[in-house]
Design a protein around this ligand. Structure first.
Ligand code: GDP
Ligand code: CA
Length: 330
């Protein structure tokens, strides 16, 4: 089966690892090698990307890369394991990087490689391929777009700042009124991303931040049309359980765009494909089972399942539930 996942960073990486876990379980059941039963492609949010110290930083891509390769720091929840910060501290001493954004030494190696290739004219999709080729990821990462669509935040006190400054420096504590992806009206979906949507058997929306992870992907002109035209069913997973975000501060983003921190409200924000939206199916937590009937009546076939991705096993089971719902809708 060809499975395509739209994803942000850390939350998306947990889910994509789950999809890979499910695919490997299924391969084992068929007596096949690990990655031979299913083909997993991930359309990665590039809205979080930014320029810092002359380097192109791609947080969501790198979260996926480090997590799928097993290079991630599980204790911190971000960055690479066995990381050091010698170069990082030099950069901070010189004031080249702010004290609120640490670039570890190994991490810097990735940023330097990416920037060198980009400056040499290598397309971003090829950069992803080169970075991913080092490890057995069990999934293909593709950028949502080759164009720069960095996310900026407009705050209630009249500032405009890069998303990373709002999120990492201010911990999303300054009320936001609007999110903007610079130049997105001139951006186009990457060819590999359109292919991943067009020829998928199943399309999944990871339980990523609906506003700043999935939002920028859907905001690229042509992406929503591609999803609507896809023959595969589109199933999303709620990032909210019982009215609370599972990890992180996505509620600050939802509030800014007037969407309640509520699984059903997020599904209605994505809307059913029948009414010009992107969803056919939606998974909510068992705590939110009361919303299933109403959503289903509104054209979003919903199910209540365990939504916590605690470990490899629960993540794979959740991915399997999403795939099963999608297959039901075909
Ligand atoms: P980021 O780009 O690193 O912020 O990560 P994503 O946008 O991909 O994912 C962040 C979202 O993942 C948050 O809004 C969380 O609510 C959601 N999330 C994290 N862990 C879980 C989990 O175990 N289950 C579910 N359903 N959602 C989760
Ligand atoms: Ca992100």
């Amino acid at each position: 089966m060809r499975i395509t996942v739209l994803s942000g960073g850390v939350g998306g990486a947990r889910f994509v690892s789950g999809v890979r876990g499910w695919a490997r379980r299924d391969a084992a059941a068929q007596g096949l090698p690990d990655d031979d039963a299913h083909d997993i492609r991930v359309v990665v949010n590039t809205g979080d990307d930014w320029w810092l110290a002359g380097l192109r930083i791609a947080p969501d891509h790198d979260s996926l890369l480090y997590s799928l390769s097993g290079q991630n720091d599980q204790d911190r929840g971000w960055g690479r394991r066995d990381e050091t910060e010698r170069v990082a501290s030099e950069l901070q001493t010189w004031g080249v990087t702010p004290e609120w954004f640490t670039l570890g030494d190994l991490d810097l190696g990735v940023h330097i490689a990416r920037t060198a290739w980009l400056r040499g004219g290598v397309p971003l999709g090829e950069v992803y391929r080169r970075l991913g080729a080092r490890w057995q990821l069990g999934a293909t990462l593709v950028p949502a777009t080759e164009d720069e669509i960095d996310t900026y935040v407009h705050t209630a006190d009249g500032q405009r700042m890069h998303f990373q400054e709002w999120w990492t420096r201010h911990r999303a504590s300054i009320p936001a009124v609007r999110f903007e992806n610079a130049d997105i009206e001139r951006a186009r979906p990457a060819g590999e991303a359109l292919d991943a949507v067009a020829d998928a058997d199943v399309i999944l929306l990871a339980p990523s931040n609906p506003v700043v992870s999935i939002g920028p992907i859907l905001g690229i002109p042509g992406m929503r049309d591609a999803l609507r035209a896809a023959s595969a069913p589109v199933v999303g997973v709620a990032p909210v359980i019982g009215g609370r975000v599972v990890r992180g501060m996505a509620d600050a983003c939802l509030t800014a765009i007037g969407v309640d921190t509520d699984a059903a409200a997020i599904a209605r924000h994505y809307r059913t494909r029948h009414a010009g939206g992107v969803l056919d199916g939606w998974l909510v937590a068992e705590e939110d089972a009361a919303s299933v009937a109403g959503l289903t009546a509104d054209g979003i076939a919903s199910r209540a399942v365990p939504l916590w991705m605690r470990d490899a096993d629960t993540s794979a089971t959740l991915a399997g539930d999403a795939i099963a719902l999608a297959q039901n809708l075909r």
